[in-house]
Design a protein around this ligand. Structure first.
Ligand SMILES: [Mg+2]
Length: 279
């Protein structure tokens, strides 16, 4: 018989261990932060990324759970006797550039699923590592910020909305024209540099929408926030308004529009022109 695993408890222990392990490294940010290679997701790896990833792996192993790790840093790795029972998708540090530069906005993101697909995620955690704020969700049980239930905003007008847009792409000449109509009608655009956390901001009403139509974001970055958005009853779809159903893999890319509510979702969909759906 399979043993019952309290995944939420384990994920909280993972983030506690990360906070512990990175503490000494955060004190040394005035020293050079060399790249230690390229991670499975394609970004350079820093020592702090590896420390955070090790903290997750070590915590999971201490709990003697079998799992397949899907990580932005070391890619896909199997642990234990039945690694296909659980898939743990993580970006150990989302926003490493912010961290290294001293910009106080970075997070850890961990999601657990029964298959390597986004729609089988059942437990998720995103922690703002600067402010110690933890977002969690379990399928069917709502979304929480430091144990308080969260709901998204009721903002329905673009004029009032605070909207996050990730525009970091070499293909900006292709992407920008699709966003012109939206940007023209928006007063408050932000990009804070850690997409997992920016999605949680939509879930708890801090902002009203976040969109990333570059087709460049990895599923490892947004897997946990996907469940937090869903459980908070905010909306997240493809740029064409379809159900997001993607594989969980360090190489899998995703494009999406996440909004606080149906009304603002409809307005944004009508203004954004997607070229093609990302598979
Ligand atoms: Mg990262």
């Amino acid at each position: 018989m399979k043993k019952q695993i309290n995944w939420l408890d384990i994920l909280i222990r993972c983030k506690n261990n990360i906070q512990e392990q990175i503490k000494p490294l955060l004190k040394k940010l005035d020293q050079p932060q060399p790249n230690l290679g390229i991670g499975a997701g394609g970004d350079p790896i820093k020592q702090i990324d590896l420390a955070a990833e090790s903290a997750i792996i070590n915590t999971l192993r201490e709990h003697e759970v079998s799992f397949t790790l899907i990580s932005e840093e070391s890619g896909i790795k199997k642990y234990g006797q039945t690694p296909n029972d659980n898939f743990v998708t993580t970006d150990p540090i989302d926003g490493t550039t912010n961290l290294v530069r001293g910009i106080p906005f970075y997070a850890t993101s961990i999601a657990v699923s029964t298959k390597p697909t986004i729609n089988t995620i059942h437990t998720a955690l995103v922690t703002d590592l600067v402010h110690g704020i933890t977002y969690t969700a379990q399928k069917g049980k709502g979304a929480y910020r430091n144990n308080q239930k969260i709901t998204p905003s009721k903002t329905e007008s673009l004029e009032d909305a605070v909207i996050g847009i990730d525009l970091n792409t070499y293909k900006i000449q292709k992407i920008a024209p699709k966003l012109t109509n939206l940007i023209q009608r928006t007063k408050h655009i932000r990009h804070l540099g850690a997409n997992a956390l920016e999605l949680c901001y939509v879930a708890d009403g801090t902002t009203d929408a976040f969109l990333d139509i570059r087709g460049k974001l990895r599923t490892t970055d947004m897997a946990a926030a996907w469940l937090i958005i869903k459980e908070a009853s905010a909306k997240i779809t493809t740029p064409k308004g379809k159900l997001l159903n993607v594989k969980l893999s360090p190489k899998q890319k995703v494009a999406f529009i996440a909004t606080a509510n149906q009304k603002i979702h409809k307005i944004m969909l009508s203004l954004v022109k997607p070229e093609k759906e990302m598979k």
